[in-house]
Design a protein around this ligand. Structure first.
Ligand code: AMP
Ligand code: MG
Length: 335
């Protein structure tokens, strides 16, 4: 594994001018040209913004690690336009993968399959498996068609920070470090894709995401869903989703009280909860359902940071459905 060494490094100083491209015919043609030329282009998906590079271009992919400061042992997801576009990316599409793709693609489900021998190992962080997905966002789909190459894309944030759900979030983290961002407006889902190992007979969930365990169970009838194996997902080992302020979790309904108490102790406190913020607390965001919290969470964590609070209190959601993925992200943000 010595042919690449992006390393666990601090990103270098900003060096390039980052262009903002509109999601027009001309903007996407330019974004596609940049990707084919080995440049880095951030783009919206239905989950979060990704930082794209030609998946077959080892140098371009290595630069995404440098731009993000991403640990070299954290593999990327390769984005393609459809199941038929995996030549040179995967070695074999299993029957399970075909079934899952039929049901969930385009959509927020990432499948781990055996990697094609020609795929650069920097893309897979040295593994002999590769993660692939077909995003369900009109701008992402048109960009992939324009680029005409599989696009490796981690989330377009500095490593360890909340994932970006708008072009402004991307620029806040990566301006000067990437060539362009395609501005497709805010992401609708807001929590990352579910990662499933599809090499065997049953899906093994490696990262909870917006396709829920319940969704996967339904799609597979009585076949059953594999147990969660987070140790097999390298990215889940690392610090993740953390804003500059402290994150404190509060059981449902208790957010305003906990925030009031922390504020009374002298801290500058923000609140992301179902109820109204008390007078001495900054109301960062309100939500009703877990789906709503998913859509706003990362942006709200960044807003809390911009409001210069010492601590942001976030109300928990039930550990079912998309709530499982959300609670996973919240625990990591609060870690
Ligand atoms: P991100 O792009 O930041 O959303 O992270 C991609 C996620 O996919 C990380 O949690 C990785 O660990 C996971 N992933 C990517 N490729 C593989 C793979 N070959 N095997 C297991 N997990 C993977
Ligand atoms: Mg990420």
């Amino acid at each position: 594994m010595s042919s690449y060494a992006p390393g666990d490094r601090t990103p270098s100083e900003p060096t390039v001018e980052t262009r903002t491209l509109p999601p027009t015919e001309a903007g996407l043609a330019e974004a596609g040209r940049l990707l084919r030329a080995g440049r880095l282009v951030a783009f919206p998906t239905e989950t979060v913004y990704g930082l794209g590079a030609d998946a077959a271009d080892a140098d371009a992919v290595a630069r995404t690690f440098t731009a993000k400061g991403r640990p070299a042992d954290n593999p990327l997801i390769v984005h393609v336009g459809g199941l038929g576009d995996l030549d040179g990316v995967v070695h074999e599409v299993t029957p399970l993968a075909v079934r899952l793709a039929d049901r969930f693609w385009p959509g927020p489900l990432t499948l781990v399959l055996a990697a094609h021998p020609n795929l650069p190992r920097v893309t897979t962080a040295g593994l002999d498996s590769v993660a692939v997905r077909v995003p369900d966002h009109p701008v992402a789909r048109r960009l992939l068609a324009s680029a005409g190459v599989p696009v490796a894309a981690p989330s377009a944030n500095r490593s360890g920070r909340p994932s970006p759900t708008s072009a402004a979030h991307v620029l806040a983290d990566l301006a000067g470090r990437i060539d362009a961002v395609v501005d497709g407006g805010p992401c609708t889902v807001g929590v990352e894709s579910t990662v499933v190992d599809a090499r065997g007979e049953v899906p093994l969930i490696l990262r909870e995401g917006s396709v829920t365990r319940e969704d996967l169970g339904v799609a597979l009838d009585a076949a059953g869903v594999g147990s969660l194996d987070l140790d097999a997902s390298p990215g889940t080992r690392h610090r993740h989703y953390q804003p500059a302020c402290r994150v404190e979790l509060a059981p449902a309904g208790t957010g305003p009280d906990i925030a009031r108490r922390l504020a009374a102790e002298g801290a500058r406190v923000g609140l992301i909860a179902r109820g109204q913020a008390p007078g001495n607390v900054v109301e960062v965001a309100r939500f009703d359902t877990a789906e709503q919290l998913a859509a706003i969470l990362y942006g709200a964590l960044r807003d809390a940071e911009l409001a210069a609070v010492d601590v942001v209190v976030v109300e928990e959601v039930a550990d079912v459905g998309i709530g499982r993925a959300l609670m996973d992200r919240l625990r990591r943000a609060a870690a």
